[in-house]
Design a protein around this ligand. Structure first.
Ligand SMILES: Cc1cc2nc3c(=O)[nH]c(=O)nc-3n(C[C@H](O)[C@H](O)[C@H](O)COP(=O)(O)O)c2cc1C
Length: 199
C-alpha cells in the first residue's frame, strides 16, 4: 500500500491494456472498500458495484462496448483528440478494456438518491476506486461509454429498473507502465477571489 495519497494521485492514468495476471478477490475488496468510504449526498451511499469475472459475460460486455464505440464513439473523438490517444482508446474499446480480468459495473440506486443528483453521489466513490487500484499496483479506467446504452448494460448484469448504470471500470495489471498524467497546471484553472483574477 502506498504511504502517501499523493503518489497514486500523481500516477493515476486510464489503463486500456491488461496482462493475464489474475486479480484476487482480496485486491477487489480492497478497492471497493476504499470506494465505499467516499462521501455522498446525505450519506445515502447510492453506489452499486457488480464485479464481473466470467469469460462469457466479460466478452458480452466487451461486445457491448465495441458496439457503442463503432456506433459513434470513434467518430466523436477522431480529429478532436491526438492520434495516439485515439489509437489507445480505439484498441481499448475493441477488446483491450474488456480483456481485463475484472470488470466492475458501477450503478446508482435511484431509490436512495433521485436521478438528477445520482451521478454526483456515485463518482466520488469511483474516483476512490481508481486511486485505491493504483495504490496497489492495479491498472484501471473510468469508462462511461459502456453506460451509453443503459438498458443493454443493465440487461448484461441484471440491474433492476431502479438501478441506473453509470460506468464500467476494468481492473487488472497493466501490460506497460503508464507515464505521469499530462494535465494543465492547476493555476490555469484557479482564480483568486474572483473569476479572472490570476492565482
Ligand atoms: C467522465 C469520464 C468518462 C470517461 N469515459 C471513458 C470511456 O468511455 N472510455 C475510455 O477509454 N476512457 C474514458 N475516460 C478516460 C479519459 O479518456 C482519460 O481519463 C483522459 O483521456 C485522460 O487520460 P489519462 O488518464 O491517460 O491521463 C473517461 C474519463 C472520465 C473522467
Amino acid at each position: 500500500m502506498a504511504n502517501s495519497i499523493f503518489d497514486p494521485i500523481h500516477r493515476q492514468r486510464a489503463c486500456r491494456r491488461f496482462s493475464d495476471d489474475p486479480v484476487g478477490d482480496d485486491a477487489v475488496a480492497t478497492v471497493l472498500d476504499a470506494a465505499t468510504k467516499a462521501p455522498s449526498s446525505e450519506n445515502l451511499q447510492p453506489w452499486v458495484f457488480v464485479v464481473v469475472r466470467e469469460d462469457e459475460r466479460r466478452q458480452a460486455i466487451g461486445d457491448h462496448l465495441g458496439k457503442a464505440w463503432a456506433a459513434g464513439g470513434l467518430d466523436y473523438v477522431t480529429g478532436r483528440l491526438p492520434e495516439s490517444l485515439v489509437a489507445d482508446i480505439d484498441q481499448g474499446h475493441r477488446g483491450g478494456i474488456a480483456d481485463a480480468p475484472v470488470l466492475v459495473i458501477v450503478g446508482g440506486d435511484t431509490r436512495r438518491v433521485p436521478k438528477p443528483w445520482l451521478a454526483s453521489s456515485v463518482f466520488p466513490a469511483v474516483q476512490n476506486l481508481l486511486l485505491a487500484a493504483g495504490a496497489i499496483g492495479l491498472g484501471s479506467a473510468l469508462t462511461t461509454l459502456a453506460a451509453a446504452d443503459k438498458q443493454s448494460l443493465s440487461d448484461l448484469v441484471g440491474f433492476p429498473d431502479e438501478i441506473l448504470p453509470l460506468a464500467m471500470v476494468p481492473l487488472g495489471y497493466p501490460v506497460r507502465t503508464l507515464g505521469p498524467p499530462r494535465r494543465e497546471p492547476f493555476g490555469e484553472h484557479t482564480f483568486r477571489e474572483e473569476f479572472g483574477q490570476p492565482w
